[in-house]
Design a protein around this ligand. Structure first.
Ligand code: 5GP
Ligand code: ZN
Length: 115
């Protein structure tokens, strides 16, 4: 989508260091990390938010959670210690970039409830 920051990053228009890439997603470090490990998993396809997933996106959604999240957690060595997976959605959900992305945070003890 034109003028979408994460479309530009995922499409290579804005050069970024991907820590992971495959045919449907990229993953890179958050520019403003909230934990020692803070990764964003971003689908290459533009989807506004988690509420905009379509039936056709089931494979993509499963891929993110079944394949990519566990792989990255293992690669980052936070799979044993624990980590947090977050999808901020909409204004009150704290979403600031309107291209679906999954935060993976780890490397420190998390608090609950979140702010
Ligand atoms: P949200 O607030 O929408 O859940 O998450 C957006 C995230 O994207 C924020 O954590 C923010 O720090 C990160 N972010 C915003 N712009 C950039 C950027 O240009 N590069 C990277 N790597 N992260 C970004
Ligand atoms: Zn986009």
């Amino acid at each position: 989508m034109a003028d979408c920051l994460f479309c530009k990053i995922a499409g290579g228009e804005i050069p970024s260091n991907f820590i992971y890439e495959d045919e449907s997603v990229v993953a890179f470090r958050d520019i403003n990390p909230q934990a020692p490990q803070h990764i964003l998993i971003v689908p290459k396809k533009h989807i506004d938010s988690v509420k905009d997933f379509q039936q056709d996106d089931k494979e993509l959604a499963a891929h993110i959670f079944v394949d990519v999240v566990p792989k990255l957690a293992k690669d980052l060595q936070i799979d044993e210690s624990g980590f947090r997976v977050v999808i901020n959605t909409g204004e009150e959900g704290g979403q600031t970039v309107n291209h679906l992305h999954v935060h993976v945070l780890g490397g420190r003890s998390m608090q609950w409830p979140p702010g």
